[in-house]
Structures are given as C-alpha cells and as structure tokens.
Design a binder for this molecule. Structure first.
Ligand SMILES: [Zn+2]
Ligand SMILES: [Zn+2]
Length: 381
C-alpha cells in the first residue's frame, strides 16, 4: 500500500488592499506589494475543501519545482522590525534586510486531521442521555419533588374540638373442642404420631394415625430435557471488503500543506447465521401417594355473642367442660363528631376494654386532623 504525497498550496487575503485568494508562494501582495504579516488574519491560510470520506484535498497538487522549493523552505518567520513574513531558510528579512532575531515570531507546523488508524475500529456509539433520559428525569422530578411538597402540605395538622356521640361494644365467646377428623396428606410427609388430648384447653398433640387408602395423584410438574434442536439467529460481524483511500494533512507553517494518502483496508458489516444445538424441554406431571389418616383439630361447638351501646362491656355466659377451650373476641367503637368545614364524623376503635371505658357519651374531645382530612389523634378534653 504505497503512500502518495502531494503539496497543496493555501491562499491568503491582503488586508491592505483587500485582494482575496493570494497563493501562498507570494509573501508580498501582488497587487499592492505590502508584505504578509501575522496580524489581521493575513497568515491564516485557506487550503480549500477536503473530501469528507477520504480526507483528500479537492485542490490540485503543486507540481512546478519553484513553488515546491518554497513549500520545502520550512516554517515562515516574521520580521521583528517590519513584521513581514519570510521563508524559513532565509537569515535576513527580504523586506527590510534586518537579521532574523530570537524574538522574531515563527509559524508552527501542525497536523490538520487526526491520523487515520487502520484497520478502523467498530464505531461504538457513546451512551448519552437522549431525549428519553431527560423525559424520565423530568417525570421523576415533577412526580417526586411535586409529591414531596404535596405530602408536606398534606401532613400539616389542625386541632378541632369534638364530642362523643355514642359508644358501642361487641363481645363473643367461642367454645372449641379437640375433635377427631379424617384428613388427606402426601405419604412421605406423614409420620405416625400418637394424639394427646388437651388439659384445660392446652398441651394437645393432633397426631397422625391409621394411614390408609393411598392412591396415586398428581402432585406437581417438572421440566425434563427432551432432546436437542437446532436454533439459528441472524448476527452481524465486520469483515474486510476491499480498500479505500484515506488521507491526512500537515500544515507546514508556510502556507502549504503536505497531504499523504494511502489505501487502507475497508470494513463492512456482514450478516450471518449463528446456529447452535439447544436443549429442548418439556414439562411432565409428578405423581405421589396421597393417603387418608386420622387426626384431631379444634372445632367450634358453640358461640355466644353480646353487644351494647353507651354502657360497660361484659362477657356472654358459657360454661366449659375440661376438654374444651374458650376463645374470646372483642370489638369496640367510639363515635365522635367535630366541626371542620361542616360537621364530620369519626369512629375510634379502641384495642382494649381499658381504652374503651375511658370514653363516655357526651364527653368532650380534641381531634388532630391533617389538611387531607385524616384524623391523627383523639384525646379526651
Ligand atoms: Zn495588497
Ligand atoms: Zn523586516
């Protein structure tokens, strides 16, 4: 892959007489004879457009030996006395004959394009936050920040005077007996155990006895391998597909550019089938022995309920034999009324009798209510 080198000549504009597009070989304006200087952008050269794909200059290369010699003379220097641009290989100013001094400014040569790396790496799009990302952020901001302000407002409270309009209670006593029952269970989970009867409603063991009548029944399913199948997916890969010209340019610091072009391997995307043998699965039922067995469980044999309003709660009467146990249920409610943009009702549900009996019909109370209307606290007044 041979390299092809060309010299491209730039152009400059004279700020003294406004002549445009003066070839770089002229260090003096051909129209007004003023020297090119560092000031006024006179020494910023235009090298013309380049082909976007190859980076190749669209201008013709310099071929005459005289101009090529000017291009090869090195970086220009600017006279410290008169400011004129001079060839890099000249020790004296062409304009005023002053010697080149250490404080004379010089142009610098530099690469104009990033060097082309061959082979070209696969372009990996950078992960940037797109419109969608900003949208998500916006939604997050508006919902969370917004709800934060809203919940702050909602949690602000006010206090209102109220009154107890009535109290209610409901109580039940449930009588349960440890009773023999037949149940079914999976044979491998059944361990024969002797039952033990409760004493004063406690210390009982349900037991497992007389395991019998086992039948095979479906207990669940499982996944099993069922051979293999060929699965193909279309994938993409980069492959060499001929060559393409790539050029890079170097500003020589004297109005000329050195362009080096070479043919590099071109890469293209190619789709292909990626096939693999994959295990195929099916589900099959799993069977087990299900059996009947004898055991005991607590069963309700009786239930007595009482209720009342605006009075002291009491338990219903129920007498129990030694093998039975009693389970007690209780529910209390206190109805209140308070004024908050009109008359509001609130029902308090005390957890215990002790809490409940602290409330009487007609009693004054103080309610703490949030802006959203939630009653946070009720205390007697
Ligand atoms: Zn001029
Ligand atoms: Zn000079």
């Amino acid at each position: 892959m041979a390299k092809r080198t060309r010299i491209i000549e730039g152009t400059w504009n004279c700020t003294s007489c406004d002549t445009k597009g003066i070839p770089a070989r002229h260090k003096l304006c051909p129209t007004c004879n003023n020297p090119r200087e560092l000031t006024g952008k006179e020494s910023e050269f235009d090298f013309g457009d380049v082909d976007a794909k190859s980076g190749k200059s669209l201008r013709e290369g310099v071929t005459d030996s005289e101009t090529l010699e000017v291009a090869a003379a090195g970086e220009d220097w600017f006279c410290a006395y008169c400011g004129a641009a001079n060839r890099g290989d000249r020790p004296r100013c062409k304009q005023c004959s002053a010697e080149r001094t250490d404080d004379a400014k010089a142009a610098t040569s530099k690469d104009l394009d990033a060097p082309v790396v061959a082979p070209q790496p696969v372009a990996q799009p950078k992960k940037r936050m797109g419109a969608k990302g900003w949208l998500v952020l916006g939604v997050l901001f508006s919902c969370c920040f917004g709800s934060g302000v809203f919940s702050y407002w909602g949690s602000r409270t006010h206090e209102y005077p109220g009154e107890v309009t009535g109290t209610e209670w409901k109580r039940a006593v449930v009588q349960e007996r440890f009773t023999a029952v037949a149940k079914t269970g999976w044979r491998d989970e059944l361990r024969t155990t002797s039952p033990r009867m409760p004493v004063n409603g406690a210390g009982e063991v349900a037991g497992v006895a007389n395991v019998r009548g086992c039948v095979s029944r479906q207990r669940g399913t499982r996944r099993v391998a069922d051979g293999t199948e060929r699965v193909c997916r279309t994938k993409s890969r980069r492959v060499a597909c001929g060559s393409e010209e790539k050029c890079r340019r170097r500003d020589k610091g004297n109005g000329f550019v050195e362009e080096v072009c070479e043919d590099v391997t071109k890469y293209c995307n190619e789709s292909y089938e990626d096939c693999q043998n994959e295990t195929r699965y099916r589900t099959e039922p799993v069977y087990a022995q299900e059996c009947t067995y004898d055991t005991y469980e607590w069963k309700q044999v009786d239930r007595r309920e009482t209720s009342g309003t605006d009075d002291r709660p009491r338990w219903p009467e129920l007498s129990v034999s030694g093998v039975d146990r009693l389970r007690r249920e209780e529910h209390y409610s206190v109805h209140l009324r308070y004024e908050d943009d009109g008359t509001k009702e609130h029902v308090l549900e005390p957890k215990s009798e002790q809490e409940f009996v602290a409330w009487k019909k007609g009693q004054d109370a103080r309610l703490t209510v949030t802006n959203l209307g939630k009653v946070e606290q009720v205390v007697p007044r």
